[in-house]
Design a protein around this ligand. Sequence first.
Ligand code: F6P
Length: 364
Amino acid sequence: MTSPIRSIAVNTGGGDAPGLNAVIRAVVLAAQTRGIDVYGIRRGYEGLFMDDGVVHLNRDAVRGITHLGGTILGTTNRGNPLEWPVERPDGTVEVVDRSDEVVAELRKRRLDALIAIGGDGSLRIAHALAEKGFPVVGVPKTIDNDLEATQLTFGFVTAVETATDAIDRLHSTAESHRRVMVVELMGRHAGWISLFAGVAGSADVILIPEIPYDIEKVCASIQARYATGREFAIVVVAEGARPLGGGQVLVEEAKAGRAARLGGVAEQVGAAIEARTGRETRTLVLGHLQRGGSPTAYDRLLALRFGAAAVEMAAAGRFDVMVALDPPHVHAVPLAEAVSRLKTVPLDGEVVRTARDLGTCLGD
Ligand code: F6P
């Protein structure tokens, strides 16, 4: 098999997700099968501006990494070349667009195409580079599963497993102490992880960004449960959840090249529950544990399929597209479509309806 593409660059951008290494391995091996060389850019796009930031990836470089979490290339969610913060001598920060430099660097290094593995932010950058004429194929990654145009992103299933395991473990301690346990899960503005792990883990209350919650209703459902003799409760709250008429809880406001950081809603929900019900309440934030560890077999397979498909697209000269899962197929969708809007939980979706049928309080 031969291709007009002689060399491909690959990078990983945004927050890491289990399965990144599996994609990298598939890209390298599928490219090698076609006689294409692969170069890895370290830390998103930063590697292009570093002395040792672009590394040749051969078969040996990707041996035994399919099951490993993280990314051998490193990543960053601060290195957006479209909004690059540059500190001036007077201490002020100016935001500059370095995308032309990125394209120039890729060309200077004789890289014919780029496979960009990332979430919505990274894929937006990929689309911008494609619009400047550089051949790019995107691979959808994020534990949040919030990308339109693909049924699943790799990393999501692993995060749901981790979160479900945490919820399972909370049950025994909650019951022993007759407490309310409030666990905060990731997901940014989408409630996928919380909804799926909450239902799978038999949470009593699940609060997601798509359904603003009424704390009185949350407390009433907890009191009703205690009244039946089940004197403990598990509350799953997505980091992006917000009360009726209120806003999301932020750790840090958005700034140049960096989205706002969410976090702290569990503490607020827990305090409100304890104050209103008098039930002893504890809170925890599962945090980055959801991004760590080995990808599940499903995520490994999805990541390998995405990586191989991305090379297939590049070799066939199909660019400005993202590989996407449309079961049972992996196919190409325009990058512009993929980043046009976030995929949030549909309120009339089947899993939401299942949760309601099971008697789970969704805060409304
Ligand atoms: O997008 C993945 C994600 O883990 C979100 O769920 C979370 O809000 C965010 O990244 C956390 O980012 P950081 O790594 O900057 O803490």
